[in-house]
Design a protein around this ligand. Sequence first.
Ligand SMILES: Nc1nc2c(ncn2[C@@H]2O[C@H](COP(=O)(O)OP(=O)(O)OP(=O)(O)O)[C@@H](O)[C@H]2O)c(=O)[nH]1
Length: 335
Amino acid sequence: MPIAEQTADPRIPVTVLTGFLGAGKTTLLNHLLTANHGQKIAVIVNEFGEIGIDNQLVVGADEEIFEMNNGCICCTVRGDLIRILSELMAAKQGGGSRKKVNFDRVLIETTGLADPAPVAQTFFVDEHIADFYKLDAIVTVVDARHADQHLDEGHEAQEQVAFADVLLVNKVDLVSEEQLAQLEQRLQTMNPLAKLYRTQQSDIDVHKILGINAFDLEQKLELEPGFLEEEHHDHDDEVASLFFRENRPLDLNKLERFLQVWLSEHGADTFRYKGILHIQGVKQRIIFQGIHMLFASTPDKEWKPNETPRSEFVVIGRNLDEAWFRQQFAACIAG
Ligand SMILES: Nc1nc2c(ncn2[C@@H]2O[C@H](COP(=O)(O)OP(=O)(O)OP(=O)(O)O)[C@@H](O)[C@H]2O)c(=O)[nH]1
């Protein structure tokens, strides 16, 4: 079945695959490339210490594969990523000395140690890139067997969970139902925005991964049902989420001041935030989201007469000072 893009946006969608070392990213990539979706996919792979085919186009079956091997994608390589994306763009447009290459979407497989933030930010910061590509989703593969250990030990694993739009809990064959349920709860507490699926051999319907528009500002905020109602275990994870809900309208000026302080003082610790705002005097819902200091808000459709206007948003971050956030947010209520 073809992948239906959910918007009329003509830009090329990009999916970022991340996940713990050995979690099943390459298995997922192969699955996505061989699934019957009728699309041509350009692949950018970032491997540590492997001999790459730098700056050369390798024509596979239906895919174009670029390899980046001069370091970790998140530190030194953002420039490289921009370069490769620009080259792909030129190739699609038939520019430069390169032969014309056609593709419908891009998949980026990051190393197991990569922080996905700089990768995601590339699509917002670089205008040239943002005009041609749009980030579709960040997909994080989690090794069900080793997840607890990875999460206890490493910042990277926690950040990969924090940034995910989709979490694939893979290798379900290696753990019990009870272990799975516990892990899922831990993941959901860290990131209630992500859609969570269980997989074996990263086997999943491609439509749950590609063309899901998770970064679309118009997309409605979807939280896992029951997230607010459930009791969550405290794992003492540094990465956690805060959920805000308020029926009273917010004062735009106060909110802007709050955001200024938030982003300058806590931007580094807030990985993802996303939600809908009800602003005093504004008929439309305001959708907003951000990554660290990068933040965007857009007016959406008007509140319907049968809807209760309200603000609802989630902040996912490290060592969040809940009392501070709640106090600052409360001060934004109009009146
Ligand atoms: N038992 C089991 N093994 C799996 C499953 N999915 C993948 N594997 C195996 O796990 C190993 C690692 O899978 P990869 O897809 O290479 O993982 P990766 O995330 O790309 O690994 P790195 O690139 O090293 O980070 C391979 O031997 C896979 O066959 C699963 O659901 N169950």
